[in-house]
Design a protein around this ligand. Sequence first.
Ligand code: GDP
Ligand code: CA
Length: 343
Amino acid sequence: MQITALSGGVGGARFVRGLVQALAASPGASRGDGEPTQLTVVGNTGDDITLFGLRVCPDLDSVLYTLGGGVDEDQGWGRAGDTHALLAELAKLGVGPEWFGLGDRDLATHVARSLWLGQGLSLSQVTERLARRWGLPELGVRLLPVTDTPIETHVVVPDEEGGERAIHFQEWWVRHGARLPASAFTVAGLAQATPAPGVLEAIRSADLVVLPPSNPVVSIGIILGVPGVRDALRGTRAPVVGVSPLIGGRPVRGHADACLAPLGVEVSAAGVAGLYADFLDGWLVDHADAGAPYPSRLPVQATDLLMRDVPGATRLAGELLDLAGGLSPGRGRRAVDAGPAAP
Ligand code: GDP
Ligand code: CA
């Protein structure tokens, strides 16, 4: 059994941790062959930013730290018990920015990554080294950046002269708390980006593709924008099953609502499903959203969608596996995409 998940940061990482636990509790369950399931996580790199000369990949690191047991559980990102001596010293030297929190332990990751990138390793190769540090192979998990090509999500916001300017996604999200009205998201480098080695193969040859409850615009949306990824999802034989990141029309955390608005997409579980309608075969929503109209003939299952803790995420992942197990490959996708069958 091969499962491929497309992941952003906190929401994706927490769900994937639950998925690892659910699979460990019932090894080979979906196939009954007793072989341990291999899980490939394709991570968003649009959030990546260069700070203090260091390459920071927040979403990949959230996955690494969460699966490896080193994450700050309250934040959902960064290292547990971290200190902030280095950034404080830099601030005294007048070196910023100060609005992006990087703890001292966390910084070791960025120093190592930047060193290895400077030595000519690809981001995939660097991520593989970091994944070994965090014990991902022992969990049966492979973490792939969606692309080795540097890409950066930018947000178009108003400027002081009544025009517009583009700022880095992190400046909009972290510094401004997503309060500046966004008119568009652009991704520098995306058109020239190629999927990292193994990404398309992991989607095409999977037995199941999972969309965790990640931000549909700036996490999943960026992954889908890397040339070839969306076509691989449309073409895979595997069922593609997702979890809504919105409950009752609101993000559980973060600013997904502020990301959907510029796209003109309804801030709802149904609105997000519509973004995936060309490849989605099954959709888990919260009880609160059970009654909404979803894309025609899309199998929708309602449950408690809140991941309060690891057992809660494990339960949710188990329900996703159950939903997927009841689908025939491509069923919903054909129904949504092609309309009535030819006579
Ligand atoms: P980020 O990169 O750290 O912003 O993380 P992701 O893109 O992976 O996930 C962010 C999304 O996860 C947000 O839109 C949240 O609403 C969603 N999310 C966080 N916790 C939960 C949860 O417990 N249940 C569900 N359904 N969604 C969640
Ligand atoms: Ca992110």
